[in-house]
Design a protein around this ligand. Sequence first.
Ligand SMILES: CC/C=C\CCC/C=C/C(=O)SCCNC(=O)CCNC(=O)[C@H](O)C(C)(C)COP(=O)(O)OP(=O)(O)OC[C@H]1O[C@@H](n2cnc3c(N)ncnc32)[C@H](O)[C@@H]1OP(=O)(O)O
Length: 188
Amino acid sequence: MALRAALRKSCALTGLFCQLSSSRHGRVCASPVLVAQQRNSSTAQNIKLDFDQSTGVAVMHMQCPPVNALSLEFLTEICITVEKLEMDKSCRGLIITSSQPKVFSAGLDLLEMYETSTEHRGEFWRAVQEMWLKLYSSKLVTIAAINGSSPAGGCLMAMTCDYRIMADNPRYGIGLNETQLGMVAPFW
Ligand SMILES: CC/C=C\CCC/C=C/C(=O)SCCNC(=O)CCNC(=O)[C@H](O)C(C)(C)COP(=O)(O)OP(=O)(O)OC[C@H]1O[C@@H](n2cnc3c(N)ncnc32)[C@H](O)[C@@H]1OP(=O)(O)O
């Protein structure tokens, strides 16, 4: 049973990798084939979603300027998008990438933790937890196409995907640097 599930995931993955290509400028991008075959395209405020029903692959472009900082609102949008895709039986895989130049995600929105109420911060951290648990436990094959810097919460997001592909550019950094900000991840 477990083996069958693993095989299913791996077959779906082969299809997903075929749709990723990288340009000479160190950017990872969805192949033009995907755009041409696209059946469904929807846009939430900070997310552009391209879903190709013929392959079952969705591409979630994060477009929350300037650096895709993960605010409560943005985290909620991400969770709702993943939930909707999971409910669609024709969707097998999800590629997460960024529309912002040079940055995949700057991590948690620092302004959400600064001079906000205890109640708001509680809601915010619950949304952080929901985001990574949702991705980590998703039945979809998930790939982070990391086309820019991805510190802290951005790294967490990428780590909770099944696979990560990062653009080969020495200017792009990735890692869990939040302790440098004096921040300790809460006990969940
Ligand atoms: C199981 C649990 C495990 C782990 C728990 C995870 C805990 C996670 C914690 C966090 O994520 S805390 C956030 C940590 N993030 C950072 O430290 C990133 C800081 N930012 C940068 O390093 C850079 O901004 C950059 C992302 C590399 C982009 O650099 P660039 O030169 O392109 O842009 P610039 O620095 O000029 O920034 C533009 C603009 O964006 C604002 N900004 C940047 N990061 C954030 C952020 N995280 N939150 C809110 N806003 C952010 C920055 O202030 C600039 O705004 P301005 O134009 O108004 O000045």
